[in-house]
Design a protein around this ligand. Sequence first.
Ligand SMILES: [Ca+2]
Length: 260
Amino acid sequence: MKKEVMAIAGLLIAVFVLLFGNNIYQQFTGHSIFATPISTTTTSPDACVVPELTNLDQGAAENAITQLGLQPVRSTQYNSEVKAGIVTGQEPPSGTMLKPCKGEIIITISLGPTPSPTLTPDTPAANIAPEGRVQVSSVYDECYSGNKAVDGVIAGYPESLCTEWGSRGEGPGATLRLVFTRPRRITDIILYDRPNNLDHVLEATLTFSDGTTIKTGSLANDGTAKMIGFDPKTVEWIEFRVNESDGPNIGLAEIEVYGW
Ligand SMILES: [Ca+2]
């Protein structure tokens, strides 16, 4: 009788272990007694080495990255040395061991040379001097105010009165400044001396708001055009300052500024 009881008890324990043992085992180990452990190496290898990607074209570099199960991330940069579409850099660098083999590889792709800014807009350059505000070092009288140098009339004493800027007794140091309300792209300036045969600018300096300067040389004493050309520049103001001159009341019949 005692043997029979023990046999039944043993049988009950065996059934209990079969029914609940696996749950208890799983709780502590994370695995099932009955399951075969599954390898995870097929989808995410334990480790891999980052390949050399520099000088590959973008498509080849991205393929190489995705084949390792990694994520390509693009960054672009203008580069005058390398043609567009070629990888110029990578992060992490080649040879880096990734453990586990996952994450992002940043590749820098050349966009080719920096595009040069448009030098000349589609519309032809126009004389924008009349759009500027004129400041002068002095005026002979209201008839010879600074605005007369941008009034569109290329003429002066003695044929034409009140169409030119004349300073009051100035020679070297006489200054006319043209201030624009916004940055303007300019490419040429034409200067017209006072046409009378007394006042003559022998040398002046054009100073621009971008810090550049140009010496004008001698203006034409008969008041015809003196053209000053230069590489296009963007400025907010232009200053004309006389360095050397002849005559009692130096000035300008007109200043034309060509630009946009
Ligand atoms: Ca004028």
